[in-house]
Structures are given as structure tokens and as C-alpha cells.
Design a protein around this ligand. Structure first.
Ligand code: NAP
Ligand code: ZN
Length: 359
């Protein structure tokens, strides 16, 4: 066991605070990783605030992890000390069931082990995530970082990137595809960049008039304000693929209306009940409304390699670990362009501060 310093929420209402806990001793196929950067996902805020009624405290969030290998178990074969690596939203699964066999470990029928707030499959202990000095992860869930992918900008690919990439690949987004991205935040800005890199014609649908120039700079050809009723009506029946990243309950009908024949609206943001859906809108044009959960390990590797090859990099605002609470506040008030990434070297600055200990 190794003592690890991180930042944890001790309950749903308090600020994140320094927290010391133990990482497990390496099992045969484990890799120890020193964390260099960790992205701040809106899911981290949801989880810390117990929005989904399943948070176990203390909660050490963080599932967009980039770092390097510091130690390997005896059966590790693909990585060695010093290798640059990454970890996403999951650190284990059964690796036996049909989804796991089809490289969709995130859909493991026995439940994926999430990087934080999950349960270790052997001990039942709660997993702690990447707002920390280091982490221990089974080899099959560790990603190889391509040589020419800048580690400072790669972290958001591990969740924001894969969550939008996976459905784009599943539904064949490519050259000339008419794509709309709803919500220009962490996931949304990656959707614009990736769909543009795939050759799609991208429209951003936003609540924020002030993001129009950014949307175009990211690759969007059109920008539509969701409050612009005539503009939305004019865009009816025009998209093949819409990805909806709005992080809370909302009305999807105005977006469904925008789908053309056989169009697909992929919901990735809201995991609470939606406003009622109008059946007629769904039936017309053979529209589909589907969900999508992150992506499997093979797909994440494909994404990292694609982003290295095409130099598609997230727009990151680097923060110090001590700034995490104000970053959460800014995330909640829609004030981030477009992903906070914690520079984990700043944890040293808090090492001397008093910290809570794991019970
Ligand atoms: P984010 O950075 O906060 O971006 C969300 C964007 O949605 C905002 O920038 C804003 O864009 C828009 N928005 C916010 N509140 C809104 C409201 N009340 N009505 C309409 N639009 C609103 O969040 P994120 O990190 O991209 O995450 C988005 C959601 O995806 C979160 O709920 C997160 O938990 C979820 N998520 C799901 C998966 C999955 O596997 N399905 C994976 C990761 C994250 P505009 O200013 O452009 O309107
Ligand atoms: Zn996430």
C-alpha cells in the first residue's frame, strides 16, 4: 500500500479538501501511474454534489487522467516504467461477458468499475479517482499515449472526447454529414472539433450568444441560438446526427424537430427524466432518440491515435489543484473555455497543509 495525497469531497455540501488515503499494493497485472494532468468533467461536479444519489464519501473525483508509469506488476506485458499513459472513466470490468468481448467494457453486464465512486471487484473498496498524486490500474484499462500527443492537452479526450467520438463512429459521421452539437461545453467543443476533423458540416446550437465566435473558430459553419424560434424552425428536418450534451433535465422536442429522414439524436448529458417527448415528432422522418455511454478501451485508443495524427486537441484552461472549488463554481455557471485541466504538480504546494485521513 502507498499513501496518496488527493482532493476529496467529504460530503455533498463542503468544498473539496486535501485528503490522504492508501492506494493498493500492485496486483500481478496492475500498473502504478504518477498523475501529471487530470481533466475536470461536469460529471465530477454532479458526483461531488450527489446529483445522482449514489455518491459515497469521501469522494476523490477525476476520470480524465494522463501520467506516466512508475511501477508494474509481474504479469504486465505492454507497459514499462516511464511510459506515458492515460486512464479514463473505468478501471475494471469482468472482461468475459458479451459487451466486454466486443470491446464495450463500459457496458459490462456485471457493471463496469468506475474510476471513482466505483467498487473494487476484489475487495469492494470504493475507488478514488484522478484528483490525486497517483493511481493503480489494471493493465487492460490503461491507454498508451501516442508520442506526438501533448500530455498537457490530452486529458479531456479520456471522457469528453470519447463520449462524443463513440456515437459519431457508431452512426457513421463523416465527410459531408450534417451534424448539430447542442451545448458548447467540455463535451460539445470536442464534438465540434472531432466532427469537423471527420469532414462533417457542423452547426452549434447554444444558449450563449457570446460563444458564436468561439464555435466558428472551433470548426462550426453555423451557429444557432436555441432561443431563436424562427431560426430553429428554419433548421427543421435538416440534420442527420445531433449530439445533445445539456447537463440537466430539458425539453428535447425542439432538437428532435431538427432531424431529417432517419436522423439520430444522441443524448449524452442529462441522466434524469426529460420533459415528455412528442411521439409524433419522433415518428415523423423515422427519427431516433438514443443514449450513449462513454466508450470502450479500444475506441479510446483509436481516438487518442486519431487526435495525435490530426492534432485535434481540446481547449484547456490549466488550473492548480487548490483552484478546484472555484473551477467547480465556474463550471456550474457555464464559465469555462472549454475544459479545466488540473496540473497535478501543484499538489506539492498543498502537501504541507493539513489533510483529512481516510477512515
Ligand atoms: P459542461 O462543460 O458544463 O457543458 C455543458 C454545456 O451545456 C454548457 O456549456 C452549455 O452550453 C449547455 N448548458 C448548460 N446548462 C444548460 C441548460 N440549463 N440548458 C441548456 N443548455 C445548457 O459539461 P460537460 O462536461 O460537457 O458535460 C455535459 C454533460 O454530459 C454532463 O451532464 C455530464 O455529466 C455528462 N456526461 C455524460 C457522459 C456519458 O457517457 N454519457 C460522459 C461524460 C459526461 P451553451 O452555453 O453552449 O448552451
Ligand atoms: Zn466525464
Amino acid at each position: 500500500m502507498t499513501t496518496c495525497l488527493g482532493f476529496a469531497a467529504l460530503d455533498a455540501h463542503c468544498a473539496l479538501t486535501p485528503f490522504r488515503f492508501q492506494r493498493r499494493a500492485l496486483r500481478d497485472d496492475d500498473i502504478a501511474i504518477a498523475i501529471a494532468f487530470c481533466g475536470v468533467c461536469h460529471s465530477d461536479a454532479h458526483q461531488v454534489h450527489n446529483d445522482w444519489n449514489n455518491t459515497v464519501y469521501p469522494c476523490v473525483p477525476g476520470h480524465e487522467i494522463v501520467g506516466y508509469v512508475t511501477d508494474t506488476g509481474p504479469k504486465v506485458s505492454r507497459f514499462k516504467v516511464g511510459d506515458r499513459v492515460a486512464v479514463g472513466c473505468q478501471v475494471d470490468s469482468c472482461l468475459q461477458c458479451a459487451p466486454c468481448a466486443e470491446h464495450q467494457e463500459q457496458l459490462c453486464v456485471h457493471g463496469p468499475t468506475t474510476t471513482y465512486n466505483g467498487k473494487d471487484r476484489q475487495t469492494g473498496e470504493i475507488t478514488y479517482g484522478g484528483y490525486a498524486e497517483h493511481i493503480v490500474v489494471r493493465e487492460p484499462f490503461v491507454l498508451r499515449m501516442p508520442e506526438n500527443l501533448d500530455p498537457r492537452y490530452a486529458a479531456p479526450l479520456l471522457c469528453a472526447g470519447i463520449t462524443v467520438w463513440n456515437p459519431m463512429r457508431r452512426y457513421g459521421v463523416g465527410k459531408g454529414s450534417k451534424v448539430a452539437v447542442v451545448g458548447l461545453g467540455g463535451l460539445g467543443h470536442m464534438a465540434v472539433k472531432l466532427a469537423t476533423a471527420l469532414g462533417a458540416d457542423v452547426t452549434v446550437i447554444t444558449t450563449s450568444a457570446g460563444k458564436a465566435d468561439d464555435a466558428r473558430a472551433l470548426g462550426a459553419r453555423q451557429v444557432l441560438l436555441s432561443s431563436d424560434t424562427p431560426g430553429m424552425a428554419k433548421a427543421a428536418n435538416s440534420f442527420e446526427f445531433i449530439i445533445d450534451t445539456i447537463p440537466r433535465r430539458h425539453d428535447v422536442n425542439p432538437y428532435l424537430m431538427l432531424l431529417g429522414r432517419n436522423g439520430v439524436l444522441v443524448l449524452v448529458g442529462a441522466i434524469e427524466p426529460l420533459e415528455p417527448i412528442h411521439g409524433g415528432l419522433l415518428i415523423r422522418n423515422n427519427r431516433s432518440l438514443v443514449g450513449s455511454l462513454i466508450g470502450g478501451i479500444q475506441a479510446i485508443q483509436e481516438l487518442l491515435d486519431f487526435c495525435a495524427e490530426h492534432q485535434v486537441l481540446p481547449d484547456c484552461e490549466m488550473i492548480a489543484m487548490q483552484d478546484i472549488n472555484s473551477a467547480f463554481e465556474r463550471l456550474q455557471s457555464n464559465d469555462v473555455k472549454y475544459r479545466f485541466v488540473i496540473d497535478m504538480s501543484t499538489l506539492h504546494d498543498v502537501a504541507s497543509l493539513s489533510s483529512k485521513e481516510a477512515p
